[in-house]
Design a binder for this molecule. Structure first.
Ligand SMILES: [Fe+2]
Length: 468
């Protein structure tokens, strides 16, 4: 009898304690993320989604056992966005995400580094890929090949992750981002990179749902999924739009452009991108002029979706959108001596030497006129190229153009017409197992490697900045 009374009392006590416990334990499920956005030397933004509405909390500190600081949302929601401010530059922080009463995710894998102060040269590791979110074997292979490569060099922290557009097939819908980008299988939520590395994206035509009517507005899921700088939060000139933006990491200035959206209805009616009076071009000129004259900046890297030179799954000779990019945008970029341009859209890998002044079709390319670099190595299994530029050139010394739109989407190339694959202006052209890029910038040296879906380094190039 005594045992029965004790058991009953115990059950009542347990029931009472359970009633006191917040429901978050039982109900909250992590649907998406966490993923990192809008990084700066002193702040970091966290995004994640939960199954039920709650006020999100980020706990952070110098080690997993010392998450002593918190930042809490002011209202309950399912799509969470929390920005930590007042952080110390170039510093490692651990974090967890959750609610006031529960931790949804946090481990020794959940950490990030704040950006270094502008002008502080730090060895910077970048992962770049395009046209990836299609839940394919290629997407899975490319991701794992990159992961294996990083492990082979000691598994260092990756500082920046660039998405080159067509991030979620087929129409950039929220559910496609969920299934093809944030999933833990073919997508990226199961890997440490999404937990640790801030993502900087650019939109592609599939993110605009292939819908011409959407291409003058920001009313697409992409702008709900991503949070990008609009006010030069990490350097550069404020763009006032998440459609295009810039930021500075140490001594590297990054510029992201929107090559799919028309600036306004007038440009849309004229089917013209990057035209003379384009607000995006006006901002770009101001931003690049400031970067070029900024003594803290050694490198300028630009990225957008539509490539100026390609003979892969798209043809830059015949597609007006690509011709507009080449003829209207490139003269501006080259005026400011941009070092590296990375695009997607064509589901192949193509890479030029130091090009300058080539705004015509492939047939008009003349290496003696349009390049500022030696002939390619010509090794068919792996190209290794070395380029040298002036540290601060007053004249255009050429730009390396990369097409890397094979992060998941299938390949193909132009096999008809007078100018076929490979494009005359490209030193390296690869249509194979897909791939992504590992880029390391250390002071005045940039090394970029294209890592294929089967784990080989298909292309490697180096740019050195010298004070001549
Ligand atoms: Fe595309």
């Amino acid at each position: 009898m005594t045992h029965l009374l004790r058991a009953t009392a115990l059950i009542r006590l347990c029931t009472f304690i359970c009633l006191l416990l917040p429901t978050a334990h039982a109900q909250d499920t992590l649907v998406r993320g966490p993923y990192l956005q809008k990084a700066t030397p002193t702040s970091m933004t966290f995004r994640w989604r939960t199954g039920t509405a709650s006020a999100g909390v980020v706990r952070y500190g110098s080690s997993t056992g010392k998450l002593t600081r918190t930042s809490t949302e002011s209202e309950s929601r399912t799509d969470h966005e929390v920005t930590l401010t007042g952080l110390t530059p170039n510093t490692k922080y651990y974090y967890s995400i959750g609610t006031a009463s529960a931790t949804l995710q946090g481990s020794d894998q959940h950490y990030f580094y704040t950006f270094p102060k502008e002008g502080t040269a730090k060895k910077t590791r970048i992962w770049s890929l395009g046209d990836f979110g299609n839940h394919s074997a290629r997407q899975f292979n490319v991701k794992n090949a990159f992961k294996n490569y990083v492990q082979s060099i000691g598994d260092p922290y990756i500082d920046l992750w660039l998405w080159l557009g067509d991030n979620a097939y087929n129409r950039g819908l929220d559910k496609e981002y969920q299934a093809n980008v944030f999933s833990a299988d073919t997508g990226y939520s199961g890997d440490r990179f999404m937990k640790q590395t801030p993502i900087f994206a650019t939109p592609g035509n599939h993110d605009y749902a292939g819908n011409n009517n959407l291409r003058v507005s920001l009313a697409i899921p992409y702008y709900q999924v991503i949070s990008h700088p609009t006010n030069a939060e990490a350097g550069g000139v404020p763009s006032g739009s998440e459609s295009f933006y810039s930021f500075t990491y140490g001594n590297i200035h990054f510029v992201s452009l929107d090559s799919d959206r028309y600036d306004d209805s007038t440009f849309k009616a004229a089917n013209l991108r990057f035209g003379e009076a384009s607000p995006q071009i006006a901002w770009l000129k101001r931003d690049l002029a400031a970067a070029q004259t900024n003594p803290n900046i050694t490198w300028i890297v630009a990225y957008w979706h539509h490539p100026p030179y390609t003979k892969g799954t798209h043809d830059s000779d015949t597609e007006k959108q690509l011709r507009d990019v080449r003829m209207n945008l490139l003269p501006v970029l080259e005026q400011y001596n941009v070092d590296l341009v990375m695009c997607g859209h064509s589901h192949v890998y193509e890479r030029s030497g130091l090009l300058k002044g080539h705004y015509g079709d492939a047939a008009s390319f003349d290496a003696r006129v349009h390049t500022n670099s030696p002939a390619p190595a010509g090794n068919s299994s792996k190209n290794v190229s070395n380029f040298v530029k002036n540290r601060k050139a007053s004249v255009n010394e050429g730009t390396i153009y990369v097409v890397n739109g094979d992060g998941g989407a299938g390949g193909g190339h132009v096999t008809t017409g007078t100018a076929q694959w490979p494009h005359n202006a490209m030193d390296v052209s690869f249509d194979g197992t897909g791939g992504s890029m590992y880029i390391e910038i250390d002071g005045s040296k940039l090394v970029a490697k294209m890592i294929t879906g089967d784990g080989t380094i298909r292309d490697e190039f180096t740019i050195r900045k010298e004070s001549k």
